[in-house]
Design a protein around this ligand. Structure first.
Ligand code: NAI
Ligand code: MG
Length: 368
């Protein structure tokens, strides 16, 4: 049987291995339908420190670069808090992102109908919400030079951060935005502050030019970041794909995430540049961390990780139909009232991590 592709599993710490186990079961299910993946596994974070003495071994990084598609659990645990900075579990994640050149961060905000009541926003505003915030991840004010804190002659101090974007950086993130939109609602909102920032002016010009040259079939609009923040709370369903810079994306993706209610439901992906055969490197992970407070009890919500795997099917393997099937199976499990503790509501049925996984597999079977 032909393999569809290779995946590197990095389960990590805390609930990471527990939620990743449920992804393995879905891969097993696909395998039984003649859609096989070659799954490799290695350690990251605290688990890698125990095994290799470093949160990301060179050998593991080499595998990630070679395989190009990574399914990541979570890293971090209190016992590593006293380690030197470069040995902390989180450094494993940061190094992976950097070395894989993952400049595009995809943060969907989806609200399954069954969970709409859990949102802090009115049910009708968020019911069925499905938007994608695309954040530029490797440029902008978090990296621009000059930066630092300097002493002034009069004894005061001055902190400096510099927002820098080149046309190359803007174009490559906008391109991802247009490509995503073509797979979704075909609408891109480009967000900056062209009214007060030079990077914003360049951002708008560059996105417009790329749109005219290559993506006229996609509907494009521009919005100032402050207005976008308001619109996300006022009427979030007006958006499809929002493409924005590192800083605005950091804020807007967290704001949009809260419309969805629970950390245990939020997937994410980070994509790199396409290689010679047109495939982008990709790393997929739940937004949540290692949840040490509930680790080892088999009660973590695996759905954020399963939704991240659905993103992998969609964006790394072009298996849109199977991605839709998995998203829909998760929706139906929620419709039937199954809940892990973090999303528990009155009158619903409380289930464990593996029971949730089993229910998803059952719905996948039913979908055939
Ligand atoms: P966290 O996301 O691990 O947990 C926050 C709260 O949400 C906890 O009460 C936890 O039990 C709950 N929670 C998170 N995911 C859940 C799930 N799938 N099901 C049910 N409940 C869930 O964030 P926290 O507590 O701030 O950090 C814990 C550790 O995780 C730290 O070491 C931190 O550095 C690390 N971390 C790692 C991340 C990553 O690997 N990408 C991201 C965020 C934090
Ligand atoms: Mg943030």
């Amino acid at each position: 049987m032909a393999e569809l592709g290779r995946i590197l599993f990095l389960p990590g710490d805390g609930i990471g291995p527990e939620v990743m186990e449920e992804v393995r079961r879905v891969i097993g299910w696909l395998d039984r339908r003649q859609m096989g993946f070659e799954v490799h596994e290695d350690s990251v974070g605290g688990a890698a420190y125990e095994k290799y003495g470093t949160p990301l071994a060179d050998d593991t990084l080499a595998k990630a670069l070679e395989i190009g598609t990574v399914m990541f659990g979570a890293v971090g645990a209190a016992q590593y808090d006293t380690l030197p900075f470069h040995l902390k579990p989180e450094q494993g994640l940061l190094r992976l992102r950097k070395e894989l050149g993952l400049f595009a961060n995809l943060r969907p905000a989806m609200v399954f109908p069954a969970l709409a009541e859990a949102s802090t926003l009115k049910t009708e505003l968020v019911e069925g919400l499905d938007i994608m915030i695309l954040r530029e991840l490797t440029g902008g004010v978090y990296f621009g030079e000059p930066r630092g804190i300097e002493e002034l002659p009069d004894g005061q101090k001055r902190g400096i951060d510099t927002q820098v974007y080149t046309t190359f950086e803007i174009e490559r993130i906008a391109r991802v935005g247009f490509e995503l939109a073509r797979k979704r609602g075909n609408k891109v909102t480009s967000v900056e502050k062209a009214n007060v920032m030079h990077t914003g002016i360049l951002w708008r010009e560059t996105v417009k030019r790329l749109h005219e040259a290559e993506y006229q079939d996609v509907e494009l609009s521009h919005m100032y970041a402050d207005n976008c923040a308001m619109q996300l709370i006022r009427a979030p369903k007006q958006f499809d794909v929002i493409v924005t810079d590192n800083l605005f994306g950091d804020l807007l993706s967290d704001a949009a995430a809260m419309a969805t209610g629970s950390l245990g439901m939020l997937p994410s992906a980070a994509l790199g540049a396409p290689d010679a055969d047109g495939r982008r490197k990709g790393m997929y992970e739940p937004v949540h961390g290692s949840a040490p407070d509930i680790a080892g009890q088999g009660i973590a919500n695996p759905l954020a990780t399963l939704l991240s795997f659905a993103m992998m099917l969609r964006y790394s393997f072009d298996l849109d139909e199977e991605a839709d099937r998995l998203d829909a199976a998760i929706g139906r499990v929620l419709d039937k009232g199954l809940r892990t503790g973090d999303i528990m509501q009155p009158g619903m049925t409380k289930v464990s991590t593996s029971e949730m996984g089993t229910a998803v597999l059952k719905e996948l079977d039913a979908s055939l």
